[in-house]
Design a protein around this ligand. Structure first.
Ligand code: FMN
Length: 180
């Protein structure tokens, strides 16, 4: 009998490396998983939802107040059915929100409502990453049991070389699969 595909939720936030989330979605789909993409409102400045809709073959959720056909709220339904939730890339802003338990967007709502521990892939400017606020927030997420896939050194969007580059796509995909 054919195995039921795993349900993977990928949250995309407003970082310059948001385009790399396309490769993550494409790779997970190729491996036979079902993927639902969630985006913050700011993330659509970096990449169009149509790209993710086409790659995932599913609607992309951006607005949690949008009417849907289900009786249950979208964020609870997604939190319940997910086998893994990953944020690729995770902005400093999203990491701060999660550390505080804030939930004013679809991604942070799903994570707060989910029983499973998400995979967080930070990517940002090196000063943003090294800032005590971000480091304290990441430590908090680790203490919550969240899996942090640390950024690597590389050429950053600002032109500098430093820490903050999104981890390689294959590392992210294999970590997501490890959680299944
Ligand atoms: C060109 C540009 C690139 C940015 N890249 C990043 C980034 O890589 N990481 C980050 O944490 N913030 C980055 N920011 C700032 C975020 O877009 C900003 O904090 C945003 O409000 C985060 O929204 P979100 O976390 O709700 O998606 C960037 C902003 C601009 C204008």
């Amino acid at each position: 009998m054919k195995k039921k595909p795993k349900e993977i939720v990928i949250g995309v936030t407003a970082g310059i490396s948001a385009y790399k989330a396309c490769e993550v979605v494409r790779s997970l789909k190729k491996k036979g998983h079902s993927v639902t993409v969630l985006m913050t409102k700011d993330a659509v400045n970096f990449i169009g939802p149509l790209t993710f809709k086409t790659l995932s073959e599913r609607p992309v959720v951006i607005d949690m107040f949008e009417e849907n056909m289900q009786w249950d709220p979208c964020h609870i339904a997604l939190a319940d059915k997910a086998d893994v939730i990953a944020i690729v890339p995770a902005t400093a802003q999203m990491i701060a929100k999660l550390a505080l338990g804030l939930c004013d967007d679809i991604i942070s709502c799903v994570i707060l409502a989910a029983k499973l521990k998400p995979v967080i892939c930070p990517a940002m400017n090196d000063n943003m990453y090294k800032h005590p606020a971000t480091q304290t927030n990441l430590k908090k997420l680790k203490d919550f049991g969240y899996k942090i896939i640390s950024p690597i050194k590389g050429k950053l969007a600002c032109g500098k070389y430093g820490i903050g580059h999104l981890a390689p796509v294959d590392v992210i995909v294999s970590e997501i699969e490890k959680q299944l």
